[in-house]
Design a protein around this ligand. Structure first.
Ligand code: ZN
Length: 292
């Protein structure tokens, strides 16, 4: 039989077969080979009602579409990068790096601007314009639930997790998305002093929403490490730069000092945002350090 691992705690795995959840352990062979089982994995398993270690035994993991290691999850369709403009203040290179890591791992990025009640309306409009040109983008006020419906539409039917800096309201947004009362995730007290939400999710668990969306509730992806990337490959992780680069005269153009560069032209015309371009330049510099 095959099913999806929806939770793992202390060596026990919870496998959802589409209707029911059964709990069990990995076969000794998997453990001996140090093969890891990630939440999100599709596994082959046998029902074993007489086993003292649970109701099922996992035989093998079906090949993953993608995976992230901290925390360990697999088979994501989409990662929603959540950030606020204030409390905490946005750090664009951090956000753009998260998005680039999604591109690298074959996970569709989406953007969620949170705490829109606290920030300047004009600033929100500008940031929304930058990202909505490239990716599905929602603006939410998690306190009132405003904008949650837009986010629900963006993630509908997908295997999805939220990522972003701590304190941006991921737990509160998660609570809005989980419409079933029993599923509510504990939300940390928000200290007025720091305005940072406490992390309260201690393990990864997948919840199925009423429209079939599979929401991975995680202790939080605050950053994702890019695997080592050649400086020349960074542009390919920025969706719009990838497209503007088609107009560059030189196929190995780095879009920094070269003449007849489609990316620099787009920047001058305002078709490419300065903050995205700055993040690209920073990441390219970082990638050059890897080479040394
Ligand atoms: Zn160029």
């Amino acid at each position: 039989m095959t099913g999806r691992v929806v939770k793992g705690i202390g060596g026990f795995y919870f496998v959802h077969d589409g209707d029911n959840v059964v709990m069990g352990k990995a076969r000794g062979k998997l453990k001996r080979n140090k093969e890891l089982i990630y939440v999100g994995d599709i596994v082959d398993y046998d029902i074993d009602a007489n086993d003292s270690d649970g109701e099922c035994v996992i035989n093998s993991v079906i090949e993953r579409k993608n995976y992230l290691s901290r925390p360990p999850v697999s088979n994501l369709d989409m990662l929603v990068v959540v950030f606020s403009l204030v409390h905490p203040e946005v750090n664009y290179p951090v956000i753009d790096k998260l998005i680039a890591a999604c591109e690298q791992k074959g996970i569709e990025p989406a953007v969620c601007i949170s705490k829109v009640d606290l920030a300047d309306k004009e600033e929100i409009r500008m940031v929304q314009e930058i990202y909505s040109r490239i990716y599905p983008t929602a603006c939410v006020n998690a306190l009132t639930g405003d904008g949650i419906e837009d986010l629900t539409k963006i993630i509908s039917g997908k295997n999805v997790a939220l990522a972003g800096p701590s304190g941006v309201g991921k737990s509160t947004i998660t609570n809005h998305l989980l419409d079933d009362e029993d599923l509510k995730v504990e939300t940390g007290d928000v200290s007025d002093k720091t305005r940072r939400g406490r992390h309260t999710t201690r393990h990864v668990e997948i919840f199925t929403l009423s429209d079939g969306t599979k929401l991975y509730d995680t202790p939080g992806f605050t950053s994702l490490e890019l695997t080592e990337t050649e400086p020349s490959e960074i542009g390919g992780l920025f969706k719009e730069i990838r497209e503007f680069a088609e107009a560059c005269r030189y196929s190995d153009c780095m879009h920094i000092n070269e003449p007849e560069c489609g990316v620099k032209e787009a920047l001058e015309k305002g078709e490419l945002s300065e903050s995205r371009y700055n993040s690209y330049v920073l990441m390219t510099e970082e990638a050059k350090k890897w080479l040394k």
